[in-house]
Ligand binder design. Structure first.
Ligand SMILES: [Zn+2]
Length: 345
């Protein structure tokens, strides 16, 4: 009996292993009850998982490799990665509902894609739709679990007025167009990872995303993208954190679901001049009464993103942004000046 299934294009290693376990009794027997290992992290209540998709040193990959004698070509194909920062394993919850449905139509168990695992993941460039966010657990079977959620979802119109506008045209189609442009812009950096300028451009984009998505905490008001869903998710979340400014920058992009993420993408696209003000104009006009940040100038966006608790935080952000050559381009300078204006004040 054939031991392995063929990996789906762009499939993550752990997803492929899960499908092999389900598709082959031999692999099922050999891997037994394999799981992704974790360890308690620095902060109370946090758990840090190994990376079973991209880290060849992880126990998960080493164990599978040893038990199954996986071919090097297959290993490279399923664990190779693009440039840019990965989300931690437990936060890899973004998926394309069309990709999962397509797998089922092809007679496969739904496969989790590698391109959904990044800080900059928000859009499926195969189906031209924004990704969805999986709320279930982070087990190996999450491709199947996410598909089950999609299949059982009752298609109701969004309950609040702001989300009705957010999910309907013209806002919906405009944000899709913007996401498409951002995706092409990012692909250029991904495909030329040895190009230093493009790599720095990507790092700079990620940093601005982190600013827009900074976690609201007891000390910091948080990034402007969270305002689309009123402070993230309520008081307990705010009370839980006594994190530093830098930690809240790290956490926000990990905890953001799809709407905050898309919001941050649109704002970043404006700051980086990937889209014009006119491109964002339709969204700005339609959302104006609920979320006015789309209509702000780059300078004003910078000013609203200056959420520092102290001078060291300010110095950190400015030092970081100025380290990117892109920071000298005119549009980006406006954003930077907006941030600096808050310190000057
Ligand atoms: Zn897709």
């Amino acid at each position: 009996m054939e031991k392995f299934l063929c990996p789906v294009f762009d499939e993550a290693f752990s997803s492929w292993i899960y499908r092999c376990i389900k598709g082959s009794p031999v692999v099922g027997l050999m891997l037994g009850n394999i799981h992704v290992r974790s360890a308690p992290a620095k902060f109370i209540g946090e758990v840090r998982y190994e990376d079973p998709d991209f880290d060849l040193r992880s126990k998960f990959i080493r164990f599978c490799r040893k038990e199954l004698s996986i071919d090097d070509d297959v290993l490279v194909a399923t664990t190779s990665r693009m440039g840019g920062s990965l989300l931690p394993w437990s936060a890899r919850r973004l998926y394309c509902s069309e990709c999962l449905s397509r797998d089922i139509a092809d007679g496969l168990l739904p496969a989790w894609r590698k391109s959904w695992c990044y800080v900059t993941s928000a859009y499926c460039s195969v189906h031209h739709i924004e990704l969805s966010y999986f709320l279930g657990h982070e087990g190996l079977n999450k491709g199947w679990a996410a598909f089950a959620v999609e299949a059982n979802r009752i298609k109701e119109p969004p309950s609040s007025k702001v989300f009705r506008i957010w999910q309907s045209d013209p806002v919906h189609s405009t944000k899709n167009e913007i996401l498409k442009k951002v995706s092409l812009w990012l692909d250029e950096s991904f495909s030329q990872s040895d190009n230093l300028a493009l790599r720095q451009r990507l790092e700079c984009f990620e940093f601005v995303l982190r600013m827009f998505l900074q976690s609201p905490t007891t000390q910091h008001v948080g990034g402007v993208a969270w305002h689309i869903t009123h402070w993230g998710r309520g008081g307990s979340r705010l009370g839980r954190y006594r994190y530093s400014f830098i930690h809240s920058l790290r956490m926000g992009v990990i905890e953001a679901k799809i709407n905050e993420r898309v919001c941050a993408f649109v704002l970043a696209a404006k700051v980086f001049s990937i889209v014009s003000d006119e491109d964002v104009g339709v969204m700005a006009e339609a959302m104006r009464d609920f979320y006015y940040y789309f209509s702000l100038s780059r300078f004003e966006l910078g000013r609203r993103s200056a959420t520092f608790g102290c001078r060291q935080d300010y110095a950190y952000v400015i030092r970081k942004l100025k380290s990117y050559p892109l920071a000298r381009s005119p549009g980006f300078m406006d954003f930077l000046m907006g941030i600096q204006s808050e310190e000057v004040r």
